[in-house]
Structures are given as structure tokens and as C-alpha cells.
Ligand binder design. Structure first.
Ligand SMILES: [Zn+2]
Length: 234
């Protein structure tokens, strides 16, 4: 009996996560990157993040019942007294400075995204991209013909948050200040990778000639708390 209840809860938690991703509202600047709550069949789910350790809990209200679930336990969870603040963010910390390489992975495809000219008001970014589909991870001049490259810009000045798309990748970006912005993980904190996710690995590297996306030191994640995988993982 208890087993059945537990698997039912797990199913409910899955539905909740999917709904939350679909309902993640556009709009950025720090306070608004946080998803506060989302409707679920027959109820509502609210998100809270601990301002001390970064763990995430959800409160589900459905049919007069209220239940709490810790959906992401950060490494400091056990020792933390927890101060819960409403909202949850998918964005990687710290913000990404202009010129720094964000590595991306989707299946065997590996790529690099470099943000340039990030502006807060009005929100804007230019970006340069590279990717290849053969499982290799260099984008040097001598590799020409083995990778694709191009550039783009955020489309609308009215929106603070945008999906930057190139090749098979899609990365949500938002501006935080001139010269800096944030990129989002595909999943909420603690969420597992699902098919089609663009995995990200922010770096402090700036030289596309020197970086190798398959270097084992680069860990590609679907969420905060995802243990991640190397560039050569399937
Ligand atoms: Zn805490």
C-alpha cells in the first residue's frame, strides 16, 4: 500500500516538473528570472529556494491537501538552518561575462557559444557560435570544414529573456547588466536530463583556438545539482 502511494507521488512530481517548464514565464532581470508557481491538474505548485544553501523545495496544494517535497538538496543541505524564499531559478551562476565561452552539448553534437555586447536596457546580446556533429570538440582555424560557425543577435528589444538558437542547440539567455548575462540550464535545480535538452558548461576561457569541448575537465549539466557528463558521453 505504501509502495503504491509513493509511486503515485513520483508520477505527480513528474507531471509537475513538465508543467513548470512549460509555464516558465518570460522576463528577466534578477527578481523575475525566478519561477514562483505553476498550475497543475487540480491544484497549484509553488517553488522555494533556500537563500543560504540553494536547495529547492516545492509546496503542492491540491484538493485541500498541502504537501512539501525537497526537489533539490544542495551539498550544504544537511547542515543548513534554511531560509526559504519564494521562487526558483534555472540560471547558472555566476553571470557570464562578454567573450567567455559557454560549451554546449546535445547528444554527440558539441558546440561553443560566445556572448558579446550584452546590454541591460534595452536588453540585447550578440553572439558567435560554433558546433560540430562528429563527436570532436575543437573549432580551430585548421579544423575549417569540420565544424559550422555563425553569429546572431537577440531578436526583440522588448523581451528581457530570449532563446538563442543555433544548429541543434537552444539556450535561454537573459541580461543582468551591461557586459554580463545569464544562461539557463534546461531543467530546474536537481532535475535530470531529458531527451532534447541542450546541456551547458560555462567556462572562463575566451580563446576558441585553444578550447577542446571533449576535454574531460568540462562537465555538461542539465540542471544545478546534475552530476553531469563529459563531452564524449552519449
Ligand atoms: Zn538551506
Amino acid at each position: 500500500m505504501e509502495q503504491r502511494v509513493e509511486s503515485g507521488e513520483r508520477r505527480a512530481a513528474f507531471i509537475v516538473l513538465v508543467m513548470a517548464l512549460m509555464l516558465a514565464a518570460p522576463g528577466c532581470s534578477k527578481p523575475r528570472v525566478r519561477l514562483v508557481s505553476a498550475g497543475i491538474p487540480g491544484g497549484m505548485i509553488s517553488y522555494y529556494t533556500c537563500s543560504l544553501c540553494g536547495s529547492v523545495k516545492t509546496v503542492t496544494k491540491s484538493g485541500g491537501r498541502r504537501s512539501e517535497t525537497i526537489t533539490y538538496k544542495s551539498p550544504g543541505y544537511a547542515a543548513c538552518p534554511h531560509i526559504w524564499k519564494v521562487g526558483v531559478s534555472r540560471f547558472a551562476e555566476p553571470p557570464i561575462t562578454d567573450g567567455r565561452i559557454v560549451l554546449v552539448k546535445r547528444g554527440r553534437a558539441l558546440g561553443a557559444l560566445i556572448l558579446r555586447n550584452q546590454k541591460l536596457q534595452p536588453a540585447h546580446t550578440d553572439f558567435v557560435w560554433y558546433y560540430r556533429n562528429d563527436g570532436k570538440g575543437t573549432f580551430r582555424k585548421r579544423d575549417v570544414g569540420l565544424f559550422r560557425t555563425g553569429s546572431g543577435s537577440s531578436r526583440s528589444k522588448a523581451r528581457l529573456m530570449e532563446q538563442l538558437k543555433f544548429g541543434p542547440f537552444s539556450v535561454v539567455w537573459c541580461s543582468t547588466e551591461d557586459g554580463k548575462g545569464m544562461v539557463a540550464y534546461a531543467e530546474l535545480p536537481g532535475g535530470a536530463m531529458t531527451t532534447g535538452d541542450t546541456l551547458i558548461c560555462p567556462t572562463t576561457e575566451t580563446d576558441i583556438e585553444k578550447i577542446d569541448a571533449t576535454d574531460p575537465k568540462w562537465v555538461y549539466r542539465a540542471s544545478v545539482g546534475d552530476p553531469g557528463r563529459s563531452g564524449t558521453a552519449p
